[in-house]
Design a protein around this ligand. Structure first.
Ligand code: SAH
Length: 353
């Protein structure tokens, strides 16, 4: 029986450590049954930190003028792609701010080159873009699109994610995900855990929506305050009586990862960099033991990494891509898991429950 929204909420409210451990164990079992022991590595290329939006939580928002801005060249991107092939990754994820200097034909040509010259799956995470652009990239061969809806609470969403000029104040991301699915993309989404103003009730609704949208990939990570943002420097807003603010500590994120696995057993779920930032020693492993089956190592050229600062003190900014991969591979193998091969798209159950 799938968990109802009410049961999800009860799990989020649970305080008994032994019960929480039962949830983690159940999520680990479901992960093994449905997606197996392979941990898929997706090489993340942070293509640009230029952004036209004003998201209240994000350090690369347009009005942060303390940040040096960059956009990789086609050649720099293709060097990262070659690195992904060399390290044996099955997928590259091209992520950026909402940078309209990333023009559709330019990106389409890069996608075509990657698809022609490598066996890699291509995932895009370029924010809210027009249907025409998304179609162009799909036709060029892009396989997947990641777009977190961040929160299903309409009021909270609008307060942290102001509309673009000409847009109505709504969460357009949910509609865009549905259109992306119709275009033939595998779709990924997710939320931040512990945004100021996020209640346990609204987080339970987010997790129920993961299932309703039948998402192929789901990323959840803790909200990490950035001092150069309105949310990072503001005190927490009061909540209606009876509502409880979601904690952004790592424990709550593991719980959300585990519940996500329970409601979307076949999904690809990363143990996120934000989690590893909160707990550099064990965060990735604990995510992988509580429902996750994907890691997204950074392939961005080292000289640009400090500038893709969506939140402060991101891990792994001081390593080369090879060092980073080797370290992660050893950690995965030490857990008795193996590094996945091939593109690692959405899988069907590997054995009966
Ligand atoms: N421009 C793209 C990519 C954004 S970065 C887009 O908007 O989809 C990817 C994700 O990082 C965001 O969706 C958000 O969930 C997360 N993120 C941004 N700022 C963060 C912060 N301060 N703490 C934790 N996660 C953050």
């Amino acid at each position: 029986m799938p968990l109802s929204e009410k049961e999800i909420l009860q799990w989020l409210q649970e305080t008994d450590e032994a019960r929480i451990q039962e949830l983690y164990d159940a999520a680990d079992r479901v992960r093994r049954e449905y997606v197996g022991d392979a941990v898929h590595f997706r090489g993340r290329i942070e293509v640009s930190n230029i952004c036209s939006r004003q998201c209240g939580y994000c350090g690369i928002r347009a009005s942060n003028d303390t940040l040096r801005r960059y956009r990789l060249t086609r050649e720099e991107i293709l060097v990262c792609v070659a690195q992904a092939v060399k390290l044996g990754y099955g997928t590259v994820v091209m992520q950026a701010g909402e940078d309209y200097g990333i023009e559709a034909p330019w990106m389409a040509e890069i996608i075509r080159t990657v698809k022609r010259e490598t066996p890699l799956a291509v995932t895009l995470s370029l924010g809210e873009r027009s249907d025409e652009e998304l179609q162009t990239w799909r036709k060029a061969g892009a396989d997947r699109y990641l777009l977190r809806f961040e929160t299903s609470d309409p009021e909270l969403y609008v307060s942290i994610h102001p509309p673009a000029p000409g847009q109505t104040p709504n969460n357009h991301r949910i509609e865009q995900l549905i259109r992306l699915r119709d275009m033939g993309y595998e779709i990924g989404s997710g939320v931040m855990v512990g945004i100021p103003g996020q209640t346990l009730r609204s987080l339970a609704r987010d997790i129920a929506l993961f299932r309703a949208l039948n998402l192929d990939m789901l990323g959840v990570g803790p909200y990490l305050p950035h001092p150069e943002t309105p949310l990072g420097s503001r005190s927490v807003r009061p909540l209606p009586p009876g509502e409880v603010q979601v904690s952004n500590a790592e424990e709550m994120t593991y719980r959300v990862v585990a519940l996500t696995r329970m409601v979307c057993p076949e999904a690809n779920i990363p143990s996120t960099t934000a989690l590893a930032t909160l707990n550099a020693a064990h965060g990735r492993e604990l995510g992988l033991q509580r429902g996750a089956n994907v890691i997204m190592p950074n392939l961005t050229p080292a000289c640009y990494r400090p500038y893709y600062e969506i939140y402060p003190a991101k891990v792994c900014i001081g390593e080369t891509s090879e060092q980073h991969f080797e370290k992660l591979r050893k950690r995965v193998e030490a857990m008795g898991r193996r590094v996945g091969t091939g593109p690692g798209g959405r899988t069907r159950r590997v054995s009966s429950p």
